[in-house]
Ligand binder design. Structure first.
Ligand code: KIV
Length: 277
């Protein structure tokens, strides 16, 4: 059985921390699910860590749906959230609802996430009213990277901090079931977490959020182009993979791979007959 939205919300009441990870493909999502991660975000960070784009801005609905389906196929327990790409929830409301519905109907996700606070609150309300759970995302919102002039910590001035608190409240009011707080000073994230009734999920927002999210490629040390300060590499998979591939190249060149153990046999007499023909 998959974890439900109600169970995620109850975790905040019980003060039980909520771990969340991104995933983009069948193999890693399966491992994360088996390890017991309750929330999996098919993040539009896909664009950078899997597809090699410079930002999340080029990511399309089709790319997101393709990867969401793979993650959903791999998972039995985690609640899967599809990240709505840039400009797929800012134009006509009918397009927004259509795009959100595609994540659920065609992607098989159980919820969607979108970036923004007060300005998208009405959009969140409309999606929730259709029966689609929505996770908010405020603070550093990578789809607005040009407007924000780079990947910077948000909420550092009194006005910006007050705006973030208003954003969080507006999303809660609109019916969001949780909110990602990205790159926000830890004391501000703590205050927001105390002031709203839905879970906050932090990334670069300190230890006092109700949950934490990490990009799986950062956590596994798989993506090395850029390692954010808030990322913790629990393993350096890029190095391990590189060493394995180097060993393979060497063994193929030396003729030490494959061995008989990795080969298939055939009846010897059949081979003799063939050789004689
Ligand atoms: O796309 C993503 O991976 C995200 C997380 C960083 C929250 O939005």
């Amino acid at each position: 059985m998959r974890i439900t939205i109600a169970e995620i919300k109850e975790k905040k009441q019980r003060q039980e921390k909520i771990p969340m990870l991104t995933a983009y493909d069948y193999a890693t999502a399966k491992i994360a699910d088996e390890a017991g991660i309750p929330l999996i975000l098919v993040g539009d960070s896909l664009g950078m860590v899997v597809l090699g784009y410079e930002s999340t801005i080029p990511v399309t609905m089709e790319e997101m749906l393709h990867h969401t389906r793979a993650v959903v196929r791999a998972t039995k327990h985690a609640l899967v959230i599809g990240d709505m790409p840039f400009m797929t929830y800012h134009t006509a409301i009918s397009d927004t609802l259509h795009n959100a519905a595609r994540f659920i109907q065609q992607g098989g996700a159980q919820a969607v996430k979108l970036e923004g606070g007060e300005v998208v609150a009405e959009t969140v309300r409309r999606i929730v009213n259709c029966g689609i759970p929505v996770m908010g995302h405020i603070g550093l919102t990578p789809q607005s990277i040009h407007q924000l002039s780079g990947f910077k910590v948000q909420g550092k001035t009194p006005e910006a901090a007050a705006r973030l608190l208003r954003d969080a409240r507006a999303l809660e009011e609109a019916g969001a079931f949780a909110i990602v707080l990205e790159s926000v000073p830890a004391p501000l994230a703590k205050l927001i977490t105390q002031r709203i009734s839905i879970p906050t999920i932090g990334i670069g927002a300190g230890p006092d959020c109700d949950g934490q999210v990490q990009v799986i490629s950062d956590l596994l040390g798989l993506f090395t182009d850029f390692v954010p300060r808030h990322a913790k590499q629990y393993v350096k998979l890029a190095e391990i993979i590189k060493n394995a591939i180097t060993d393979y190249i060497t063994e193929v060149k030396e003729g030490t791979f494959p061995t008989i153990k990795h080969s298939y046999s055939i009846d010897e007499s059949l081979l003799q007959e063939l050789a004689a023909s």
